[in-house]
Design a protein around this ligand. Structure first.
Ligand code: ACO
Length: 311
């Protein structure tokens, strides 16, 4: 009966035993996971666009090969995540339709343009850096398929973060113009990267329940603070300035204090009014339409093979 099922579920959570696809789970737990994992998958897929923008203009062959590999990794992450979501009984087609109709969310960060080559450095360093901060604890999330997907994703993200930081290091050893380009990229990506962690804990609708279910292991503000603490010394090391006049080391807390986030900008970007929202969705819709003939051909081929096998 329901009480016994709920008790078994609670016991598993308490004992850090993963919940698996065929296990009973509360409806709201399932819905929360479908929401979070699908948003996460969409972010990986839409996240290919800002960097895909620079593949044809990478400054040399090595940079091009690395960037291409990195963007392909993001596609793979999207695939793992859609598969993890499907184990919860929600279809990939529906989920992608929801993205294309504007019903589903994806990370705010991917609605900002990538204007210069230095943005490839800033995105790898900060955006993938923020992603790792958020996703390493998700390797211990309570839903088995999501946790297992995160292990490989985090290994790849860590390579992405390093390639981005290495681009920044190279630019900061270059000409004055190259240094200025790196600083400008940091100026534009710093605040949007802090917004990736989501609303403040006081404003976050889902955090408490997700922590109780051990889906989330830290709050949004905790992870944001950890990201600031890790990133400031990396910026200083190579001579970059974090664009925050209120940023300072707090000896008593043993952490950095930082300035106020522009939550109005966050709200606008999340609700579809960021600089590139319309462009991003249009690109995904176009990709689906342009790939239709491939899917149709693959289905027709599979159908023919089935008939041949049966006869
Ligand atoms: N961009 C867009 N939407 C956001 C963002 C953001 N940066 N942060 C929060 N939101 C949305 C939430 O999805 C939620 O929307 P909903 O209720 O319509 O579903 C709403 O704002 C309220 O936020 P929270 O209550 O804090 O939501 P939640 O508990 O889900 O926490 C978080 C948000 C931290 C992003 C969480 O979902 C998470 O850890 N997701 C997995 C990681 C992920 O998706 N990363 C994507 C970027 S990294 C990458 O793809 C490379």
């Amino acid at each position: 009966d329901l009480v016994a099922l709920q008790e078994a579920f609670d016991r598993k959570l308490k004992n850090e035993i993963r919940i698996e696809p065929k296990d009973w789970m509360p409806d709201a737990y399932r819905k929360t996971l479908i929401r979070q994992i699908s948003q996460h998958a969409h972010s990986e897929i839409v996240g290919m666009l800002p960097e895909g923008n620079w593949i044809t203009r990478a400054p040399n062959l090595r940079r091009k090969a690395v960037l291409l590999a990195k963007v392909q990794d993001e596609a793979g992450h999207g695939q793992y995540l859609y598969s993890a979501m499907e184990t919860l009984g929600f279809s990939r087609e529906q989920s992608i339709d929801d993205l294309h109709s504007g019903k589903a969310k994806y990370s705010s960060i991917f609605n900002y343009p990538t204007l210069t080559w230095a943005d490839m450095g800033a995105v790898g360093w900060l955006v993938d850096g923020a992603a790792i901060m958020n996703q390493v604890p998700l390797c211990r999330t309570s839903y088995g398929p999501y946790a297992r997907a995160m292990v490989r994703v985090c290994k790849e993200e860590s390579f992405h973060q390093r390639q981005g930081y290495e681009i920044m290091c190279t630019l900061m050893k270059g000409t004055e113009a190259q240094k200025a380009m790196a600083q400008d990229a940091l100026n534009r990506f710093w605040w949007p990267s802090l917004m990736m962690f989501g609303p403040s804990d006081a404003e976050s609708t889902h955090t408490q329940q997700s922590i109780d279910w051990k889906i989330k292991r830290h709050t949004n503000d905790e992870l944001r603070q950890m990201f600031v603490n890790a990133s400031v010394p990396q910026a200083e090391l190579i001579g970059l300035t974090i664009p925050d006049p209120d940023l300072k080391w707090n000896e008593a807390r043993g952490e950095y204090d930082f300035g106020a986030i522009d939550w109005e900008e966050f709200k606008q970007v999340v609700s579809g009014n960021g600089p590139c929202n319309a462009e991003r969705i249009a690109a995904r819709v176009k990709a689906k339409e342009n790939g239709m003939w491939v899917r149709e051909a693959a289905m027709a081929h599979a159908e023919k093979k089935k008939i041949k096998k049966a006869s």
